[in-house]
Design a protein around this ligand. Structure first.
Ligand code: GLY
Ligand code: MN
Ligand code: MN
Length: 484
């Protein structure tokens, strides 16, 4: 198996290219697809900058998708005309002394050989773009954020500043956002991308199994985090694709808790939301474990509902299935379940939430059940951990080639009642639900899995133990089974 793997990797592209199993022609095909959609214009994409701190360099997803080029401080320009397109990579030189620390960057011949794109020095970029501004072609920019979740706050990045100055120099020039077009290409994952994602997911599943066998009350959340980091690197992955969420007890109820600095107590649940990166592609899987190996009756009750919600969404997700129906299936299961436990007054009871203005566009935000799961049901995964598609909002349908998560959760804390506006409706609700909230206080459960939509249906990719009995059985296995 190992021999087979090294043979496969050995046939792939040089190590300085993005992902060893994304073949070079696929990058060219991506550029051609973008060019075909734009028809005519100038695409400008900025790569990531050399880290200014101690971090390892990570290439930006949009730039990586189009070039596979993994060196910092580069830019990509593609001139698209109806008759054909011409791409150029602008790459940075490195001071020879600095190169002793950071390595010698490839020269333009090596870049062209590796990427199939002509290379020039980055210093030539401004004059090159100035000359293209005179052609009358519109410009399409790909901005330099590492995660589209940060798109709205991207105002001072290098690419944004560069393009502002460029636009000032050329008033009247049309400058458009190329992200929606590129995003539509990135939505469906090619077979090579699916293989990268499967590898990232397999590493994550293996690490989850290992941690299930090792977890004990009294451990610190950071010890668990370190086990994942170690497993991801040992398996040949990039490391964690995002900061691991290891939330025990009260921390289990905070969706994106990641300080990971608390000692895990007996009888608590531990939410572990983790994902390995592999060749830039991100897995994203969550398991919730009972610290001492056995779920309590209260933990079981919550876990069962979350799992039912996930199963309900799994049943809906098929090629052509609408996102709304998928969200609704899980929402209904959660609403039924929390009502059964007395956490809400009834299945469709409403309240006056602290986010009342959101109920105009999303009436579900005003249902009491929403208080216990106020996050989206899932998202695509790919070069970003929140990649296309984004079925957690809006209309749309699943398509073959979508790789995405389903991640319902229920999070109970008495804090939820403390943040409610003091209104007659809320007072009545609190009087009814407080005993249940006290009973399930500090139990947060999220179950997150990764799936592929195929022509026939849906493939569950992240097959880590998931049913309560399976998790308990894995946790009961001897520890040294973990170090096979
Ligand atoms: N790991 C972040 C998320 O599940 O979306
Ligand atoms: Mn996650
Ligand atoms: Mn997720």
């Amino acid at each position: 198996m190992r021999l087979l793997r090294s043979l496969v990797l050995g046939l792939a592209f040089p190590a300085t290219l993005a992902s060893q199993t994304i073949p070079g022609p696929e990058y060219a095909a991506r550029r051609d697809s973008l060019a075909a959609r734009i028809d005519s214009g100038v695409v400008v994409a900025f790569g990531g900058r050399a880290p200014v701190g101690p971090d390892r360099f990570l290439q930006l997803p949009a730039f990586r998708y189009l070039t596979g080029f993994l060196e910092p401080d580069a830019a990509f320009v593609m001139v698209v005309r109806p008759g054909g397109s011409r791409a150029t990579l602008f790459t940075s030189e490195r001071d020879p002394r600095r190169a002793l620390y950071d390595g010698f960057p490839p020269d333009s011949a090596a870049v062209a050989r590796q990427t199939g794109i002509a290379a020039r020095r980055i210093g030539a970029l401004p004059a090159h773009l100035d000359s293209l501004a005179g052609t009358g072609l519109p410009f399409y920019t790909l901005r330099d954020f590492a995660n589209a979740d940060a798109a709205q706050t991207d105002s001072l990045t290098r690419g944004a500043s560069f393009m502002h100055r460029f636009a000032d120099r050329h008033p009247g020039l049309t400058i458009r956002d190329a992200h929606p077009t590129l995003d539509s290409l990135r939505t469906r994952k090619s077979p090579a991308e699916q293989a990268m994602l499967r590898r990232a997911i397999d590493l994550t599943v293996e690490a989850l199994r290992e941690v299930m066998r090792m977890l004990r009350p009294g451990m610190w959340e950071y010890e668990v985090e370190a086990m994942f980091q170690s497993a991801f690197r040992r398996g040949g992955g990039d490391g964690p694709a995002f900061v691991s969420i290891i939330g025990s007890g009260p921390n289990s109820t905070q969706y994106h808790y990641n300080a990971n600095d608390r000692r895990i107590g007996k009888g608590e649940v531990v939410v572990m939301d983790v994902g390995a990166g592999y060749g830039g592609y991100a897995a994203d899987v969550t398991r919730t474990l009972p610290a001492n190996g056995r779920f309590s009756a209260e933990q079981r009750a919550i876990y069962r509902i979350v799992r039912e919600a996930q199963a309900a969404a799994e049943k809906v997700a098929r090629p052509g299935a609408p996102f709304e129906a998928w969200r609704e299936a899980a929402r209904e299961a959660v609403a039924r379940g929390v009502a059964r436990l007395g956490l809400t007054e009834s299945v469709d009871a409403t309240f006056d939430p602290p986010w009342a203005e959101q109920c105009q566009t999303n009436p579900v935000a005003c249902t009491q059940a929403f208080l216990y799961m106020a996050h989206g049901l899932g998202h695509g995964i790919g070069l970003e951990v929140h990649d296309r598609p984004h079925p957690w909002y809006g209309a749309g349908t699943f398509q073959a080639g979508d790789v995405f998560t389903i991640e319902p959760g229920i999070y109970v804390s008495r804090k939820l009642l403390e943040i409610l506006p003091d209104t007659p409706k809320n007072r009545a609700m609190i009087a009814k639900v407080r005993p249940a909230v006290e009973r399930y206080h500090d139990i947060g459960v999220r179950i997150e899995d990764d799936y592929l939509i195929t022509d026939r249906g849906i493939d569950w990719l992240s097959r880590a133990p998931r049913e309560m009995a399976e998790i308990e059985a894995e946790m009961a296995r001897p520890r040294d089974a973990a170090s096979r």
